[in-house]
Ligand binder design. Structure first.
Ligand code: NAD
Length: 361
């Protein structure tokens, strides 16, 4: 039997409730697909501030680093109305997130945008455009580009002027391009690389390096697309996308656009990967303090993040498929949490949603 060490970060708000359901689902899949996960819990966010005075201790980071994968709920309290925010920015809950991403050297962010047939009504696009639905993976570079470049504001000839520098080197581009092609090999073998090569030097280098990497993956179809065109294509013909590979700022914007066309925040999973197999898996939503402790949060985004963990860090693709199929079946059978509830469906809580998914694995 295969065994793996998983670091669990329940975090704050609804975090503990949704992570708990993901663990129950993972364990059920483990019985069926013959693997065992050993969990070590660490504190991060507000709960760590309460216990240790900092959002993430070095000891907690060391535990995460020595594990095979990290599964996170969410961190943070009610912004503006919580004891965790009257402190320096590096001591706030979200600083824990930045620290763990940096310490684990996670440079690739993956956000799937998948439209379930049963949730088509929540999609803001017209039926003719939705067609048979869509299933794409937005892959965003996470540690380079404009957000990490030099920046300053100064007065130039009496005019206040702000500057942000966008830099990418060939190594940063190559490592994420390799990840994108590897991920495409586990999917429908299609990569669209998004840039602004008609204007930016950094995009020209991006295009050159991605093309070089593509040559090593002859089975994968690869095309380039300009970012402005991609923004339009996402709402005109979302079905054409499989893996969308792009740099930090373009990815920030396009991943939000792609997630909005799926219609529901409680369903959106994500993963952050580095050069090794160790990755961080978390729902795209926050800690939802408004609904914490009420057993009404939708655990599906976290459960789907756990499925990504099985696929990308542990190479347990069959178990990942089984979880994803079980989620689709639960929706087909009409069970909904409040955030995705519609007429004629059966309302269930966090725990019951976990039970329904477990029953179908
Ligand atoms: P949020 O995503 O927590 O909540 C936005 C809205 O969506 C709320 O009405 C909430 O009830 C609802 N919602 C979110 N997840 C849901 C789920 N699984 N099921 C049902 N409803 C759900 O965003 P916010 O309110 O802006 O932020 C709350 C806290 O979360 C803040 O402290 C913020 O900094 C933090 N945050 C953390 C992360 C993270 O840990 N990665 C990400 C985003 C926000």
């Amino acid at each position: 039997m295969k065994e793996f060490n998983i670091t669990l970060i329940p975090g704050d708000g609804i975090g503990p409730e949704i992570v708990n359901e993901a663990v129950r689902v993972l364990d059920k899949a483990g019985q069926k697909f013959d693997y065992k996960l050993k969990y070590t819990k660490i504190l991060m966010g507000g709960c760590s501030i309460d216990e240790y005075g900092v959002p993430l201790t070095d000891e907690a980071v060391a535990i995460a680093k020595s594990s095979d994968a990290v599964l996170l709920g969410a961190v943070g309290g009610n912004v503006g109305n919580s004891r965790w925010y009257d402190v320096a920015p590096n001591l706030r809950p979200e600083a824990g997130l930045l620290k763990i991403r940096k310490e684990l050297e996670l440079f690739a962010n993956l956000r799937p945008a998948y439209l379930y047939d049963e949730l088509k009504d929540a999609c803001p696009l017209k039926k003719e455009i939705i067609g048979d639905g869509f299933d794409m993976m937005i892959m965003r570079e996470l540690t380079g580009g404009l957000y990490f470049g030099e920046r300053h504001t100064e007065e130039v000839d009496g005019v206040v002027t702000a500057t942000d520098v966008l830099t990418y080197n060939e190594n940063e581009i190559r490592r994420i391009a390799i990840k994108a092609f590897e991920i495409a090999m586990k999917r429908r073998k299609n990569v669209i690389s998004v840039d602004k090569a008609n204007v930016l030097d950094s995009s020209r280098l991006w295009r050159k390096i991605v093309k070089e990497v593509a040559a090593d993956y002859p089975e994968v179809t690869y095309t380039d697309m300009l970012v402005d065109n991609c923004a339009m294509q996402l709402v005109m013909n979302p079905g054409q996308f499989d893996v969308v590979l792009t740099e930090n700022m373009f990815g920030d914007i396009l991943s939000d656009e792609a997630s909005m066309i799926t219609g529901s925040i409680g369903m959106l999973s994500s993963a952050s990967l580095g050069t090794t197999k160790l990755g961080l898996y978390e729902p795209s939503h926050g800690s939802a303090p408004d609904i914490a402790g009420k057993n009404i949060a939708n655990p599906i985004a976290t459960i789907l993040s756990a499925a990504m963990m099985l696929r990308y860090s542990l190479d347990l693709d069959e178990a990942a498929d089984a979880i994803e199929t079980a989620v689709a079946k639960v929706l087909k059978d009409g069970y909904r949490t409040t955030d995705i509830m519609s007429d004629g469906m059966k309302l269930v809580g966090t725990r019951e949603m976990g039970d329904m998914i477990i029953e179908r694995i």
